[in-house]
Write a protein that binds this ligand. Sequence first.
Ligand SMILES: Nc1ncnc2c1ncn2[C@@H]1O[C@H](COP(=O)(O)OP(=O)(O)OP(=O)(O)O)[C@@H](O)[C@H]1O
Length: 254
Amino acid sequence: MTVVNLKDICTRFGTHEVHRDLSLTVEKGERLALVGGSGCGKSVLLSEIALLRQPDAGDIELFGLSLQSLNQSGMAHLRKQIGMMFQQGALFSSLTVLENIILPLREHQRLSESHLQELAMLKLKLTGLPDIAAWKYPQELSGGMLKRAAVARALALDPALLLLDEPTAGLDPAGASDFDEMLLELHATLDLTLILVTHDLDSLWRVTSHVAFLGEKRVLAKQPMSVLSENSHPDIQHYFSNTRARRAAIELEN
Ligand SMILES: Nc1ncnc2c1ncn2[C@@H]1O[C@H](COP(=O)(O)OP(=O)(O)OP(=O)(O)O)[C@@H](O)[C@H]1O
């Protein structure tokens, strides 16, 4: 089943053209990373898939439904199937972690307060956070815990598609590796399709089933990382020809 089908997407900011006739499909269960040079439009594309921004032209199909054919309630239904983890977590600082997770639940589920709390605690546990984190405010958490809390909130409504914008940015290598493990566990247990924007080459090797390389305003290639890293396109070669990419490949082989 095709979860995301982007057809001839064009995105412009004034005269600055970011995407031109960009097409990409993502199948159910894929763990896809969007990569490419700085400013090539990865985050903007992610926000278009998250229905937070409309492309200037082209069509987006999610779960087989074309956005062009949907009314407001259809869009709202679709939105519930998408969880998004933003770059800085984007949790409300005046609410505890638990209250942050409950927020989307309260909006969509008619449940008692105690059931809402129970559900939110379940999401928290899924991300490996200790119970005590529920009662803390975002600013009291470490970077790694904050990111897990943001994932817990993104999972609140049991989305089928989880989008993550640079999830391991700012984490130390051990923290990033733990986060990647958590993502793989969530993917396996919750039957998720994952799309992440990342510059983290370790994550590309560890987490993804496919990597889409953005360049020349479109997707230059979508391939498993082991194939993409050998792709002969000069921009792709250039991107992967640094030592960190090679180190990750060597580590994986051993
Ligand atoms: N709201 C906006 N208004 C104007 N230009 C924007 C806006 N959002 C993004 N852009 C521009 O669109 C282009 C793509 O931005 P985007 O954030 O998607 O890049 P990216 O590939 O995620 O980059 P990076 O890897 O550096 O995060 C950039 O040139 C950026 O300046």
